[in-house]
Ligand binder design. Structure first.
Ligand code: E4P
Length: 217
């Protein structure tokens, strides 16, 4: 499973990219608002740091507006994935853009039939929002499983990009089900390394090593 980071904070992306754990980046208008910097600068800088797909979301909700904005973001770098909402206009834009060779991430997916439509429209990525479904009292991870089964049944090549990830367990479950990509907020990504028994074991090894009175280097 590939790891994308879900943020528009370029300094955080640089730090994670240097560790070699990043396969791509997702942004959305709310993350751009939080970053409080010009959108095009953010996307350009991220694309310079991460060679994998970098999702840049359109702000228009009509087909013509989406296509105008897509033309602008595609010019920023070759690794931009145009992010469009899961609406009829979004699917129409998805079809036109992927036919023209662009990567497209169809976002705001909350049902398996929506994901089926996105695949038929040629989406490169489908973004089912796990956490927001959980927040609404539904089972977000079941949606990932349903889409995996449907895409496998019909050999769709659209990659399942598990989004709206809230926890380490979401990452584990998405990987077990076979999501192609998980886009993870930086705090969750960093917490993947943590385990109390790792910390406890390391404390013990450090203490015992000191008692040997030896040095290695
Ligand atoms: C990513 O592409 C999505 O926009 C993002 O994961 C949404 O996450 P949220 O539900 O935490 O806002």
């Amino acid at each position: 499973m590939k790891f994308f980071v879900d943020t528009a904070d370029v300094s955080v992306i640089k730090e994670l990219a240097a560790m070699g754990v990043l396969d791509g980046v997702t942004t959305n208008p709310s993350l751009v608002l939080k970053a409080n910097r010009p959108f095009r600068d953010i996307i350009r800088e991220i694309c310079e740091v991460v060679p994998g797909p970098v999702s840049a979301e359109v702000s228009s909700i009509d087909y013509d507006g989406m296509m105008r904005e897509a033309a602008v973001v595609r010019k920023i770098a070759d690794n931009v994935a145009v992010k469009v909402p899961l609406t009829w206009d979004g699917l129409k834009a998805c079809k036109a853009l992927t036919d023209d060779g662009a990567m497209v991430n169809v976002t705001l997916c909350f049902s398996a039939p929506q994901a089926l439509l996105a695949a038929k429209a040629g989406a490169t990525f489908i973004s089912p929002f796990v956490g927001r479904l959980d927040d609404a009292g539904l089972d977000g991870m079941q949606l990932i499983a349903d889409i995996r089964q449907i895409y496998d049944n019909y050999a769709f090549e659209t990659e399942i990009l598990a989004a709206s990830i809230r926890s380490v367990n979401h990452v584990r479950d998405a990987a077990k089900i076979g999501a192609d990509v998980c886009t993870v907020p930086p705090d969750v990504l960093k917490s993947l390394v943590k385990h109390p028994l790792t910390d406890k074991g390391l404390d013990q090894f450090v203490a015992d090593w000191k008692k040997t009175g030896q040095t290695i280097a």
